[in-house]
Design a protein. Structure first.
Length: 208
C-alpha cells in the first residue's frame, strides 16, 4: 500500500470513528452540556456545605439513568429501577437537572445531625446527593407523555450504611406510605416514602 493509499485509509477510518462517536453521543447523551453542568454544580454545592469532595460526571451512569428515564416516558411513575447504583428520581413541568437537585437538597431540613437520622424518614434524596463515599454521578432527563420532565440521577458507589451522610436503600421493600403533598415555593411536592429494612428511600414528585 502506497503512502497516499495509507493516508486515504487512515482518513476514512478516522471519519468512521468520529461517526460512531457522534451516534453514541446522540443516543446516550440526550441532555446538554448546560444540563450536565447544572446537575454537577448543584450536587457539589450541597456537598461542599458538609465538607465532602465533589462528584465527577460518569458517562456510564448517565447512560443508565437516561435509559431508565426513557423507559418511564409512558407513565412518568416514581418507581426506582432497582439497579446496582444509588438513585434519585423527580418529575415536574419543565424541570431541569439543577432544579431537581435543588429539590432533593431541600430535604436537608429533615436530617437530624445529633441523632444521625432522618426526621420522619424524609431525607433520603438529600443523603444520596451528599453521601461522603459517593464519587461519581450520572443523570438523564426524558419528557413524559403527560408533558412533564422525568429526571433520574445514578450514584456510585451506592450508599451502604445508615448514619451521617451514610444512607442505605438497597434491600427489600416492606411497606409503603401514602404520598403527602407539600408546597415548596410555587411547586406542589409529593413525597412518597418507601421503607426498607435497612433504611428509607424517599421519592419526590414535583407536579406543578
Amino acid at each position: 500500500m502506497s503512502m497516499k493509499q495509507k493516508m486515504a485509509f487512515n482518513t476514512k477510518l478516522l471519519l468512521a470513528i468520529c461517526c460512531v462517536a457522534l451516534v453514541f453521543t446522540l443516543v446516550f447523551a440526550n441532555i446538554s452540556e448546560e444540563e450536565i453542568d447544572g446537575f454537577v454544580e448543584e450536587h457539589n454545592k450541597a456537598r461542599k456545605e458538609v465538607g465532602n469532595k465533589p462528584l465527577k460526571w460518569n458517562t456510564t451512569l448517565a447512560q443508565y439513568a437516561q435509559e431508565y428515564a426513557d423507559k418511564r416516558v409512558g407513565d412518568c411513575a416514581m418507581e426506582h429501577s432497582m439497579g446496582r447504583w444509588g438513585e434519585n428520581l423527580a418529575s415536574g413541568d419543565g424541570m431541569s437537572g439543577a432544579a431537581a437537585t435543588k429539590y432533593w437538597v431541600t430535604e436537608k431540613e429533615f436530617y437530624d445531625e445529633k441523632s444521625n437520622k432522618c426526621v420522619k424518614d424524609e431525607c433520603g434524596h438529600y443523603l444520596a446527593v451528599v453521601w461522603g463515599k459517593t464519587t461519581e454521578v450520572g443523570c438523564g432527563i426524558s419528557k413524559c407523555n403527560n408533558g412533564q420532565n422525568y429526571v433520574v440521577c445514578s450514584y456510585d458507589p451506592i450508599v451502604t450504611t445508615i448514619g451521617f451522610l451514610s444512607f442505605a436503600a438497597t434491600n427489600l421493600l416492606v411497606t409503603m406510605r401514602a404520598s403527602v403533598p407539600t408546597r415548596i415555593g410555587r411547586h406542589l411536592i409529593k413525597l412518597m416514602t418507601l421503607r426498607w429494612w435497612t433504611g428509607t428511600w424517599n421519592r419526590l414528585d414535583v407536579v406543578g
